[in-house]
Write a protein that binds this ligand. Structure first.
Ligand SMILES: O=C(O)CCC(=O)N[C@@H](CCC(=O)O)C(=O)O
Ligand SMILES: [Zn+2]
Length: 340
């Protein structure tokens, strides 16, 4: 297999490849760009007009998505998958991947959309680099731009696989992309309703990509991901890459669960207390009147929403960051209904 097909191995070893460009037996070009970053260009005459950014390892301990991207890239390097899309593979946080930690100094996924400028350290530098890599990749006009940022979660979840769809004022969420996510195995989508500082929000907001954070199960170390079933996503990604994806025109969204963010719970001080058991699962229901959290200055988070649920509860985050999200059921109202 081509050496560049072993991007994961190179990244974990902190090695730079001697040869930066290689061609597969089919004439597909692999180009190493930087640590954990590799661009795939279809063989001549094969490009179908899609620019696909696939990222994983933004959190270094979320290994199932890293292994998934590794399998896809190796299959491309062996000429088993024949790409008709340009692809940018990104392993987000190599330093954290090497130590099996979520991050080295700070959460990389809170440093996009310019937030890295008011920080320093390895993650701030990397966020800046990832923004530039994504920007350069999504540079060509008149092409379709799609970004999946793949994650696994700290805790178990009542809904195992789901997507988070970023928000930009004046831009409508796409029914077609929801159908595609559903076909890829996502049982739910959380529609954001304000701008954010995560990677997918950057590519959605600044680079015009359809972009999503995908949550695929519970985070485990390398080699221990048998419990994370990514078969449907992997199949769909191969189809997207090879331009053999079945039409989404008749796809039903009936059993795709939609949610929107009711409130983000921001931790403001070390006095912050979250009134949930440590092993609470994502999407656990919260009843009206429940006192969810307390913080300094008599701040209280009491549930007012009907059908409220909690996701990503984490009282250990730094002050100023999201310590959980209260979400509520949403409908397809306001979704772009067009499906080609
Ligand atoms: O399990 C958790 O608490 C966090 C899982 C995770 O890393 N989720 C992403 C979601 C990104 C988004 O809001 O689109 C994150 O928190 O960075
Ligand atoms: Zn993550």
């Amino acid at each position: 297999m081509l050496a560049l097909g072993k991007l994961l191995e190179l990244t974990l070893a902190g090695r730079e490849p001697a040869q930066k460009i290689q061609l597969t037996a089919d004439g597909v070009r692999l180009r190493w760009l930087s640590e954990g970053a590799l661009e795939v260009t279809p063989a001549q005459g094969q490009d179908d007009g899609l620019d696909l950014l696939l990222s994983a390892g933004i959190h270094g301990n979320e290994t199932a998505p890293i292994e998934l991207l590794d399998r896809l890239l190796q299959s491309i390097a062996r000429a088993e998958i024949k790409p008709r899309a340009r692809i940018l593979f990104l392993f987000g946080n190599p330093g954290a991947m090497r130590t099996g930690a979520r991050f080295v100094e700070e959460d990389l996924n809170r440093l996009f959309n310019g937030r890295h400028e008011s920080s320093s350290g390895p993650e701030a530098l990397r966020a800046c680099e990832l923004e530039h890599l994504a920007q350069a990749f999504f540079n060509a006009p008149d092409r379709t731009r799609l970004h999946y940022d793949l994650h696994t979660a700290i805790r178990g979840s009542k809904i195992e696989q789901f997507a988070l769809y970023p928000y930009k004022e004046g831009r409508v969420h796409s029914r077609r992309e929801l159908a595609r996510l559903h076909a890829a195995g996502m049982a739910a989508v959380l529609l954001q309703n304000k701008p954010s500082i995560v990677f997918s929000a950057y590519t959605y907001d600044q680079l015009g990509a359809e972009a999503f954070t995908l949550e695929l199960g519970k985070a485990r170390p390398f080699g221990q991901n048998a419990g994370v079933n990514v078969e449907r996503l992997e199949r769909r990604l191969k189809q997207i890459i090879e331009s053999t994806e079945p039409s989404l025109a008749d796809a039903s969204l009936e059993d795709l669960q939609l949610f929107s963010v009711a409130r983000e719970v921001i931790k403001h001080s070390e006095a912050f207390i979250l009134h949930l058991p440590a092993d609470v699962e994502n999407f656990s229901e919260l009843s009206k009147g429940y006192l969810l959290a307390e913080d300094a200055g008599n701040t209280r988070w009491t549930i007012e929403e009907k059908g409220a649920r909690i996701i990503f509860p984490n009282p250990k985050v730094k002050n100023g960051l999201r310590a959980g999200m209260i979400i509520e059921p949403a409908t397809l109202k306001g979704i772009d209904q067009s499906v080609e």
